[in-house]
Structures are given as structure tokens and as C-alpha cells.
Design a protein around this ligand. Structure first.
Ligand SMILES: [Zn+2]
Length: 148
């Protein structure tokens, strides 16, 4: 399942990516662009825009919740979204691009020394170059996801 999150759902987009779901974030007033992209790439539009939903119910999921956690719960429960442990942290939360596994040596110059010394597994975003590793913030993210 692939998504497009529209203007008001930037945080939802980042969380879905953290869970491993391919999610475009389209912050544009031109709804026709969003609809065209959804049809072309077979994506479900997540929106808080009731008009957009009512005019395109077959490709749109209307979100009622106000805060990010409620919105994510809504998506997960109503769409029966599976949360797969192996998919968590598999795509870049900024670029929505699959991460590539890297050998420790390859990222030596890109990460802080203490991280290099203490971590064994690294991956990198081929687009923005960000290097990811399992750090303390990941624990927090996993806890939030597990709560869902
Ligand atoms: Zn990236």
C-alpha cells in the first residue's frame, strides 16, 4: 500500500515512512496534481480536506483525527495497516527513498566517532546521503509505533 499525504499531514507522512510505507508528501493547493499522481502511481490519498474526499472517494482516505497519534491510529485501524518489524527504518523519513545497507568502513567519515565505535549496522539514503543507525531515538520511535 502506497500513500500520498497532503498539505496538513506532513508529520503523518514522516511516521508512515518510519514504518516503511512509501508515502509522498504533496503540499500543494493544486488538488488535481495530487489526484493525477495518485492515479498514476496507484496511491491512496490521505487528507483532511473533506471536499477532496467527497469528490474522489475511491482514491481518498479522509482523516478525522486532529493530532498525529490519533491520525496514525485511524489509518492503521481502518485500513488494516500491518506494522512489520523488518520494515521499520527501511526508507528515508525525509526523502521517501529505500535505504541501502552500508559496511561500517564505508560510513566511517560520515558518522560521529562514538557512533562508529559503538554501532555495527548502518544504512544510507542514496538521495540525501543521510546515514542511519539504531540509536536511542530509534527506541523511542519503536515504542510509539508499538503503541499503535
Ligand atoms: Zn534521504
Amino acid at each position: 500500500m502506497k500513500f500520498i499525504a497532503d498539505g496538513m499531514l506532513g508529520r503523518v507522512a514522516r511516521w508512515l515512512r518510519l514504518m516503511g510505507y512509501d508515502t509522498l508528501y504533496m503540499n500543494t493547493p493544486h488538488k488535481t496534481e495530487i489526484i493525477r499522481m495518485a492515479r498514476k502511481e496507484k496511491r491512496l490519498i490521505l487528507t483532511k480536506d473533506r471536499k477532496l474526499y467527497e469528490e474522489n472517494p475511491e482514491i481518498t482516505f479522509y482523516i478525522e483525527g486532529k493530532d498525529t497519534e490519533t491520525q496514525l491510529k485511524e489509518i492503521k485501524n481502518k485500513l488494516n495497516l500491518e506494522i512489520n518489524e523488518e520494515k521499520i527504518f527501511s526508507i528515508c523519513s525525509i526523502c521517501n527513498v529505500p535505504l541501502v545497507r552500508k559496511e561500517k568502513e564505508e560510513v566511517k567519515h560520515l558518522v560521529p566517532e562514538y557512533v562508529y565505535n559503538n554501532k555495527e549496522e548502518f544504512s544510507q539514503c542514496p538521495r540525501c546521503g543521510r546515514v542511519y543507525w539504531e540509536g536511542d531515538h530509534c527506541k523511542h520511535i519503536r515504542e510509539v509505533i508499538e503503541k499503535l
